[in-house]
Design a protein around this ligand. Sequence first.
Ligand SMILES: Cc1cc2nc3c(=O)[nH]c(=O)nc-3n(C[C@H](O)[C@H](O)[C@H](O)COP(=O)(O)OP(=O)(O)OC[C@H]3O[C@@H](n4cnc5c(N)ncnc54)[C@H](O)[C@@H]3O)c2cc1C
Length: 463
Amino acid sequence: MYVVVIMQEVSIETVDPFTYDVIIAGSGAGGLLTALALSAEGRRVLIVEKAARLGGVWHGYWVDGYRVDQGLHVITRVTRGAFTRFMKTYLPQPPEFILHDGWHFRVHDRVGTIPTSIGQTLRWPLTGMRGRLGLAKIGAKIKTMKLEEMKKYKDITFLEFMRRNNALHQPMLDVMQSAIFMAAGVGVDEASAYEALRTLKDTDKETPKLTTIRNLLFGSSEYDEGYVIGGMERLVKQVVDTIQGDYVLNTPVEAITERNGQVDGLTAGGTTLHHDCIISNIPLWSMPKIIRSDDPHTRDFFERWSHMRVTRGVTLWLGLDEVVIGDRKSRVLVHPTPNRWIVSISSFDPSCAPPGKELVGVAMIAMDGKSLEEQVEIMKTHGFEKYYRDVLDHIEMEHAQMSYATRAALVPGQTDLDRPGPRTPIKGLYIVGTDTAGAGVGLQQAANSAEGVVGALRQDNRI
Ligand SMILES: Cc1cc2nc3c(=O)[nH]c(=O)nc-3n(C[C@H](O)[C@H](O)[C@H](O)COP(=O)(O)OP(=O)(O)OC[C@H]3O[C@@H](n4cnc5c(N)ncnc54)[C@H](O)[C@@H]3O)c2cc1C
């Protein structure tokens, strides 16, 4: 049974830290999902957040009658995986996800989906027969590869892997680029081959041989991506309303202090709160400035992660005065480049747009050295004006955002096999977030990392 006590905002000066079982620094998806799980275990948490609201990059808001999310949140694996497990286990009313209706890749004037069987690959419209044969060969190799073998490629890029396999057919690489960017936060020339291969195989666990053969012959329909009814705004509110405890806003954590190998407390807004159990959801790259420790081993641990490769993306929200796209396909404009993802969000959840209107999200990898305005201009040209003229003709609301989706890129040396996991060298100090641990990207990765922290707390007899 759930006892719902809505979290309260409190002020740091008035807080008694000993009335909480755990203090969580930072309230991104990793911090909130951990707090959600701890609440279900009957624990009270205090969240200390530097921003003016909870959620980190996980939130939604309204612009001129349209409800936009921070980012194009078509959540991967809405029927399986850690995030869905969290929603089903811990929320009194799990959210409703509406599944997408498949992929739609455009390479100039040709359109195709992800071929999932050998037969579909040999009919793939985005390339000629030579390209199809090459794709069938490398596709079969990837789909039948064991996870253990994939790990061997963690320190080379996916492009290097393809080069070694003599599979550098450009349209094939271009289409793979889209999937790999979503998984790794960078393109094929930088992403770790291990992470890219796992995404293309679309699994975290070994598939039985018979299933692999059946999928190769007949294809599989496992790309369960979807959008949540109510958007991120409602989802984050539901999570926050289920957490037991309190929160402090507008108060950056300035220091987390170690004493004799054990966490002693944190300092925020000039107030020090002593506690022996702290979970940090602060990006790992900021931690060296925050950790106060005399132990060189501890300082090295945090220093190592201060050089993470931070990802960046641009999302452009377009409110249209009538329904133009009107379907739930995940579209990718592959060529002309740059790759852009185009999704009609109101086709999943009409409540995000006024009646009879449409909300379309367009996303791309941020381009170095260009302003947000220049990037928006690039998003709306380079083929967009040719293939989505109708969209441009009906814009009544335009809103652009720049943000990281998943904090750190999955590049050689920073794959989830390299990440530190939930524990730190300081006893009682745990770390959570999309750069700390866990397979997958975005909310899946945040949920995976939260699961890791909860497991570590249990092992350490703290819950
Ligand atoms: C563009 C975009 C698209 C996305 N698309 C998808 C998608 O399709 N599918 C999917 O699953 N996920 C998606 N997500 C990803 C998902 O929302 C994020 O990966 C996830 O929310 C990040 O969680 P995190 O725990 O790493 O926390 P973060 O959001 O990084 O939160 C960290 C928190 O710590 C706080 N903080 C930092 N420093 C301090 C300090 N000193 N003191 C106190 N607090 C501090 C920050 O203010 C923040 O609240 C998308 C996100 C964006 C922005």
